[in-house]
Design a protein around this ligand. Structure first.
Ligand SMILES: Nc1ncnc2c1ncn2[C@@H]1O[C@H](COP(=O)(O)OP(=O)(O)OP(=O)(O)O)[C@@H](O)[C@H]1O
Length: 522
């Protein structure tokens, strides 16, 4: 209803509104490029112009670009009319033929080749409303002289041009502000990620001790790796802390609430390793007296740490590769396939590349395991970490044993820092714990209590322990030392070491666990 009169045919009854429908697409344009395209179409259709173009000035104001084509006109290249218009800020009108003669820019000539020579070409600068020097671009139109002359004095044409500039400018501002918002959001996200990574790396420094550049870098890379689901391969000498790194990685990862399951492939007989990993059904082998889920199943939703992966038998390597590729496996003797969602972290103290060359390790498995390589540096390459590590071990020893903390004297720390630790951090830890056990309560540890200069092992030297004497500790340290020596003597063979010590094998294994000598096997 308009003025109480029913309107049945708007176009006929309200002729002044006839143009509005054709303006709608222009007004509804959602990007600067769309508004330019719609304005060109509208002008060409309503004015009957055969050729209309709109060029946009780029953000640094040096080039005019045509939508939907690669053509770029430099604003300081006066071989085309658009440079004259944008530089002078005034329109240009000329006969196509004449302009073709004066302007020889190849792209302009190519465009003008489609225009009739007796047409006029009219180019107008377009600027942001209310900003006399804020240029948006140039639009050009070609057609008969009469049509273009009529346009010049047309209030509708002037209105269309203003509308184009208004919409274009607003959409441009909107685009800019979206981009700024996006940039802000991106930098905030990056900042938060960086802060989180730094906070994580800092808190890691309380469990993965050491502030040497190598350790700082290792923690930073660990946090990065933890953020991904990639398989991590840890390479490093024995005792450098590979298992520590694997645990820390799990704790920093999204799977932290899931299980962390570790297995040492070298410590389990080849025949049992597959059963241990994949599980078995009753009767699958002589020891399988009942169904048993394997470690893959135990690690479902968490992290599986395969230590000494280089010792995995080749047949099992192929099966592991399949699990990694498909997430599926079959328990030993079982018909039904299972699925496990695990993140794999593996470690090796022997260079796997060498094993590949010797055909003992599958190259395809290596690449699958090594999606994120992390190398754990030997202690000799980060000696500056020794004092911090030593103090950490002294504190954790005291906490574990329920004793007051014994500090290490500066000369003991200096002595340790100059030491050669082929067994890396584990060897350092053993030395510090030995010294803690030997130290008189409440007195700092001097270098003489460290194992290299340790008291003689024969009862005749017992007096030199003096105030340090604490029977339980001394016996423990003595036992540890003796067992370590026997294991070394028999090249890690526990059966022979047990025989020579007059102990059952199981008792020796128990003592090794108690005295934390498990990792000391060569
Ligand atoms: N950066 C560290 N901070 C604190 N403790 C560490 C660090 N590195 C290693 N350790 C300690 O040293 C001992 C050996 O570490 P771990 O078992 O992780 O070494 P590994 O490289 O896995 O040894 P292996 O090659 O024999 O399996 C552990 O008691 C561990 O807690």
């Amino acid at each position: 209803m308009v003025g109480g009169t029913p309107v049945t045919d708007g176009e006929r009854l309200v002729p002044a509104l006839t143009g509005f429908a054709s303006i709608l697409p222009l007004v509804e344009s959602s990007s600067p490029a769309q508004v330019r395209r719609n304005a060109c179409r509208l002008l060409a259709r309503t004015a009957g112009l055969p050729w209309v173009r709109c060029l946009a000035l780029d953000s640094d104001g040096r080039r005019l670009c045509a939508d939907g084509s690669d053509t770029v006109y430099r604003c300081d290249d006066f071989r085309h009319p658009f440079a004259h218009v944008i530089r002078s800020g005034t329109p240009l009108l000329g006969r196509v033929n004449a302009l073709r003669g004066r302007m020889n820019h190849p792209d302009f000539l190519a465009e003008a080749a489609n225009l009739r020579g007796d047409w006029d070409l009219h180019c107008r600068p377009l600027r942001a409303p209310g900003a006399p020097y804020d240029w948006l671009g140039v639009w050009g139109m070609a057609g008969s002289r009469a049509t273009l002359a009529a346009l010049q004095g047309s209030a509708d044409f002037a209105a269309l041009e203003r509308l184009l500039c208004h919409l274009w400018y607003r959409l441009l501002a909107q685009d800019r502000s979206h981009r700024q918002d996006q940039n802000l959001r991106d930098s905030l996200r990056r900042l938060r990620e960086d802060q989180r990574s730094h906070a994580l790396a800092d808190s890691l420094a309380r469990e993965l001790i050491g502030h040497s550049p190598a350790m700082v870098r290792l923690r930073e890379r660990l946090v990065r790796a933890a953020d991904t689901g990639l398989a991590v391969l840890l390479q490093g000498e024995t005792g450098t802390g590979k298992e520590c790194v694997a645990r820390a990685l799990h704790r920093c990862s999204a799977r932290r609430d899931g299980p962390f399951v570790a297995i040492n492939c070298a410590a389990i007989p080849e025949t049992l390793l597959e059963s241990e990993l994949f599980g078995h059904v009753r009767g699958a082998h002589s020891a399988a007296t009942r169904d048993r889920a394997g470690l893959l199943s135990a690690a479902d939703g968490g992290t599986l740490f395969l230590d000494e992966i280089g010792d995995m038998p080749p047949a099992l390597q192929a099966k592991l590769l399949r699990v990694l590729e498909s997430g599926r496996y079959r328990p030993l003797g079982g018909g039904r396939e299972r699925h496990a969602d695990i993140r794999l972290v593996s470690a090796s103290h022997q260079p796997l590349v060498k094993l590949i060359r010797e055909r003992q390790f599958r190259a395809d498995l290596y690449y699958r395991l090594n999606q994120f390589p992390l190398s754990v540096p030997p202690l000799r390459d980060r000696r500056e970490d020794i004092p911090e590590l030593a103090e950490h071990f002294a504190v954790s020893y005291a906490a574990r044993e329920g004793r007051p903390t014994t500090s290490l004297s500066p000369s003991a720390l200096a002595h340790l820092a100059s030491g050669d630790f082929p067994g890396n951090v584990r060897e350092l830890r053993n030395q510090v714990e030995y010294a803690c056990a030997m130290a008189p309560v409440g007195q700092p540890i001097g270098p003489e209590l460290l194992p290299q200069t340790a008291p003689p092992e024969s009862p005749s030297g017992i007096e030199s322990w003096g105030a340090a004497f604490n029977l339980r500790e001394v016996v423990r340290a003595y036992e540890a030392r003796l067992i370590r020596e026997k294991l070394r003597q028999f090249n890690g063979n526990r059966a022979k070491a047990a025989l020579s010590l007059g102990l059952p094998k199981r008792t020796l294994a128990h003592k090794c666990r108690q005295l934390q000598l498990d990792g000391d096997l060569p």
